[in-house]
Design a protein around this ligand. Structure first.
Ligand code: SAH
Ligand code: SF4
Length: 367
């Protein structure tokens, strides 16, 4: 059954026509979903009972069920959701988040997952440890936002596709979901407040550049040379650095905003001053910004973050070379909610080890 939150207003109107219903009914349903915020057909009281029954038979109204919430109201909160086929995904809410782009603002950022697992197998990342299970459909992507807002009472104003999965490997569903999130009749969040992060899928970066929304792009670079990237990111063998940087330049040529390189610092892997100098060169050439993120440890993986002294020296080289660079100290590290710490979970057995994780709410009854 299709999720009703996968459909645009026009598509829903078309479906209603096929069901013999007038188009204005589609508008009423959309208002319930995105303005009054209920996904339950039986709560859509201005629809005739017969239509509500038809909708229940035709569409799935709840793509996600909350299984667990961790964190607290003023800090990073992590939500574990169960999909209808039993798979699990995580979504993270970062209230009062520091801007990725250096602006001061009252951002409330949501970090959304795009796939169950990930096929790209970057050596440092928790999300790909157990491989790829499936793509999320657009309704499952949109519902992460709706449910996190409902559960937290917060209105999100910034979205990053930096949860589990490679968003550009699920391009059609991603773009469909972004269309709904961005639409005035949908959640109406501006494209400039939506960032897609990719490990470097060159053809899809070009596709993203070619579509008209001013969505932001972040590239998980993590190595300033092919030699380093090949060691930790298998995707680099398919799309080597030169091709990736060409695609980045193309993206930049189609946008008013700079793109962002993300560079996690891993001790002994990519934290040398030579890497910093090369990263500065690449960043300036692409007219990008760079976010340096000290590596978040992942249980079972050997990598560690370098000392603060090494981090500071790395930053100094970047800045002296004139690159626009920020060092990002992550929130949510203690509840395994920071970037790259999201991974497939099984209930009651958190393979992350649990760490400082404390459930703040009992899971509601699942139906
Ligand atoms: N697949 C996409 C989207 C995931 S974003 C991508 O790779 O860009 C998650 C971000 O966290 C990526 O930049 C990823 O490289 C980074 N990351 C992965 N593991 C990490 C870790 N252990 N510590 C810090 N960042 C990590
Ligand atoms: Fe997948 Fe991104 Fe993790 Fe690489 S860093 S394994 S692409 S989620």
């Amino acid at each position: 059954m299709r999720s009703i939150k996968s459909l645009t207003l026009d598509e829903l109107a078309g479906q209603f026509k096929a069901l013999g219903e007038p188009a204005y009914r589609a508008k009423q349903v959309i208002e319930w979903l995105y303005l009054k915020r209920t996904g339950r057909f039986d709560e859509m009281t201005n629809l005739p009972a017969g239509l509500r029954e038809k909708l229940s038979a035709e569409f799935n109204e709840r793509p996600l069920e909350v299984v667990r919430k961790t964190g607290s109201k003023d800090t990073t909160q992590k939500f574990l959701f169960r999909l209808r086929d039993g798979q699990l995904v995580e979504t993270v809410l970062i209230p009062a988040s520091p801007s990725l782009y250096g602006e001061v603002s009252d951002r409330r950022t949501i970090c959304i997952s795009s796939q169950v697992g990930c096929a790209y197998g970057c050596k440092f990342c928790a999300s790909g440890l157990d491989g790829w299970k499936r793509n999320l459909d657009a309704g499952e992507i949109v519902d992460q936002l709706l449910r996190v807002e409902a559960e937290s009472g917060e209105r999100v104003n910034n979205i990053v596709f930096m949860g589990m999965g490679e968003p550009l490997a699920n391009f059609d569903n991603l773009m469909r979901a972004i269309g709904i999130i961005n639409a005035p009749w949908g959640t109406n969040i501006g494209a400039r407040h939506i960032t897609v992060s990719t490990s470097g899928l060159v053809p899809r970066i070009r596709d993203l550049a070619d579509q008209p929304l001013q969505i932001r792009l972040a590239i998980s670079l993590h190595g300033a040379t092919d030699e380093v990237r090949n060691r930790i990111m298998p995707v680099n063998r398919k799309y080597p650095l030169a091709e990736l940087l060409d695609a980045c330049a193309y993206f930049r040529s189609r946008r008013k905003q700079k793109l962002t390189f993300e560079f996690i610092l891993i001790e002994g892997v990519n934290d040398s001053l030579e890497q910093a100098a090369e990263l500065a060169r690449i960043t300036k050439r692409t007219d990008a910004k760079v976010n340096v993120i000290p590596y978040n440890t992942v249980q079972g993986l050997p990598w560690v973050r370098p000392s603060e002294k090494v981090q500071d020296e790395f930053m100094a080289v970047l800045r002296q070379a004139g690159a626009v660079a920020t060092l990002r100290r992550e929130k949510g590290h203690d509840i395994a909610a920071a970037c790259g710490q999201l991974r497939l979970q099984t209930l009651g057995n958190d393979p992350q080890g649990g760490g400082g994780e404390k459930p703040i709410a009992d899971a509601p009854k699942l139906n």
